[in-house]
Write a protein that binds this ligand. Structure first.
Ligand code: GCV
Length: 618
């Protein structure tokens, strides 16, 4: 069922499914404007897209004059401008003036879809385009997807999981024609495909090696690229997870990552393709007894010495923090240190560690922190792991669509203000009285802090259940292989990552190093990420560390209770109202469990009671 209309009210004004039969973004823009004009409210301006090839391909200029909005745009910009104009009309705000062009030219959505139809870390149902080891989709739904992505300027879709499972190796091989047909459906929306490929593919096709310096291997990839780009001339490139979590890579052959990445990059360069090479490399078979190995240091240790060795068309894709999409992390030190490499910043819309599209977690504030501390000029491209699936509302929780919307807006203009984006999404999605619009915006803006308080206060990540990444388990990751230890004992908790400890702070430039190294300047939210401190340690506000841990867990739960009340007072349309209420009930149970398990855990370890005498289980 297509439930798109209830998510984006401006499409309600279009009143029809995404246009079919268009062949390029300009024609899509004309078709969208035609549908809009036919269905618009009487007093709403008409839209008039005009192709202007003197403008950059993705740029547009909106001109509002009386009863018409003229959208002048480059071949793709004209479509982006059409959606932007329709969005402004819905929001009842003036159209943005002047030249509007994206900050980054590569704005990717990475789907972790498997061909059996499952989605790794997917919380919105099964894959929209794969099932039973083949493509399986409704073309109308794929056009809706194209519309959804284009409406916020996302221009590349990576269609398969970075863990490339059989038979996804065939996507650009035995299934090339089907992949080309899929690309045809998205092209009119300005969306190009990317495919995750397996570094060892030549081996599976009968070669004796996948060594990137072996001539036969190079030739094999060259021919592979030639066939792929012949079928899909605008293929964006390959996404690669190599030497990471048991995936094959150049290390098997004693080769470096630049040697592996550049070999592929040279095979796709004649076609303007890129190789997006993930920097998510660490020891995933660590011995927990080994306190000298620290996972957040791993990527910098590996890649920093290789800075400057990657080809121009390689993008080293770095997760925003040095761990793995946690609720709170400092920005990855690679963003500061790799000055001669094209870096991509990888975000995750799928709420793997952030509530699984059950608990509310609006991400714009997190991204703002990362981009502010790194400076966007150091970043060359952006990617986000998708949060979409076959669920009627696409994103599991209807409010999780906010993160997709906000990601597109950030990728277009990383200077945007988080609260404005959230409000924009609320306005474009629901038609609420202004006080309810304020209440929903405010609730979403506070959702990250509430979730952080009950799951990861003071930078204490990784206390969730390892099997599901949902719900509390303070010892779940403690004696495991993943490099994820809080090392809580009866006296202290946290990891010393300063130069007296694992040395992570030394990977940062002076300003960040000074900030994080000193426990008196380190932001509270990262205190136990960078420091190991006794429970009796005095926080800046005079509370003890243990008291702050207790307080945050109680407060986090109380905040969810307040959110529940706010939600109940909103006049949301169905089915959103019911779906959101059901998920909020689950979130409250989750917050309660986190509060009680974590507080009890620390009370039993430390023996220090809550100053306010609240219930903790002895
Ligand atoms: C696709 C984490 C996730 C994995 C994911 C991996 C990655 O470890 O739990 O599911 O694999 O990150 O980003 O490659």
């Amino acid at each position: 069922m297509n439930n798109w209309k209830t998510r984006y009210a401006w499409l309600r004004e279009f009143g029809e499914p995404a246009p079919a039969g268009t062949d390029c973004p300009f024609h899509t823009a004309e078709a969208e404007a035609e549908i809009y004009n036919r269905n618009r409210k009487e007093d709403a301006p008409r839209l008039k897209p005009v192709l202007d090839e003197t403008l950059p391909e993705e740029a547009y200029i909106l001109k509002s004059g009386g009863s018409e909005i003229q959208i002048k745009g480059g071949s793709k910009g004209v479509l982006y401008g059409t959606y932007a104009a329709a969005g402004s009309v819905t929001e009842k705000v003036p159209v943005p003036e002047g030249l509007n062009a994206p900050y980054w030219s590569l704005r990717m959505l990475d789907s972790w879809d498997n061909m059996d139809g499952s989605v790794e870390r997917g919380y919105a149902g099964r894959s929209i385009w794969f099932e039973a080891d083949r493509y399986s989709y409704d073309p109308a739904r794929i056009r809706q997807l194209g519309r959804m992505l284009a409406s916020v300027g996302i221009n590349v879709l990576c269609i398969n999981n970075v863990n490339v499972h059989v038979p996804a190796q065939d996507l650009l091989d035995g299934m090339l024609d089907e992949t080309a047909a899929f690309a045809d459906l998205l092209r009119p929306f300005g969306v190009r495909l990317m495919v995750s490929v397996d570094f060892s593919l030549p081996l599976q096709r009968g070669l004796v090696s996948a060594d990137p310096l072996d001539e036969n291997v190079c030739l094999w990839w060259k021919n592979f690229a030639e066939r792929a780009w012949k079928a899909i001339p605008d293929l964006a490139g390959y996404l690669i997870k190599a030497d990471s979590e048991h995936r094959p890579g150049p290390n098997t052959y004693g080769r470096t990552h630049p040697e592996g990445a550049n070999m592929l990059a040279r095979s796709v360069a004649p076609y303007g393709g890129v190789v997006v090479w993930r920097a998510f490399v660490y020891n995933c078979t660590q011995d927990w007894r080994d306190a000298s190995t620290d996972r957040p240091c791993a990527a910098y240790d590996l890649y920093h010495p290789l800075d400057g060795q990657f080809d121009e068309n390689v993008i080293l894709q770095v997760k925003y923090g040095p761990f793995d999409f946690q609720v709170r992390e400092p920005a990855s030190p690679l963003f500061y240190g790799m000055k001669n490499t094209h870096l991509g910043c990888e975000l995750q819309l799928a709420q793997e560690y952030t509530g699984q599209q059950i608990d509310l977690f609006a991400m714009p504030a997190l991204w703002r922190e990362i981009f502010d501390s790194v400076g966007t000029e150091r970043i060359h491209a952006v990617a986000a792991v998708g949060n979409l699936g076959r669920d009627a509302c696409w994103t599991g929780h209807p409010f999780a669509a906010l993160n997709l919307y906000a990601y597109g807006r950030f990728a277009w203009n990383p200077g945007v203000n988080p609260a404005e984006i959230v409000r924009s999404w609320v306005r474009q999605t629901y038609d609420l009285p202004s006080e309810q619009e304020d209440a929903l915006t405010d609730m979403l803006m506070k959702s990250r802090s509430a979730y952080e308080k009950y799951t990861a206060t003071l930078g204490l990540d990784w206390m969730m259940r390892p099997e599901t990444h949902y719900g509390p388990s303070p010892y779940g990751y403690e004696f495991d292989v993943w490099g994820t230890y809080t090392r809580a004992d009866r006296d202290a908790v946290g990891t010393d990552r300063t130069k007296t400890g694992t040395g992570l702070t030394e990977q940062y430039p002076e300003e960040q190093k000074a900030l994080y190294s000193d426990s008196s300047s380190c932001p509270d939210e990262l205190l136990l990420f960078f420091h190991r401190l006794p429970y009796t340690w005095r926080m800046r506000d005079g509370r003890t560390l243990i008291q702050r841990i207790y307080d945050d867990h109680f407060e986090g739960f109380d905040e969810v209770q307040k959110m529940q009340k706010t939600l109940a007072d909103l006049s949301l349309p169905e089915p959103d109202a019911q779906e959101a209420a059901e998920r909020m009930n689950l979130q409250l149970l989750n917050a309660r469990e986190w509060r009680d398990v974590i507080n009890t855990f620390f009370y039993r370890l430390s023996g220090i009671p809550d100053e306010h005498g609240r219930k903790i289980w002895p």
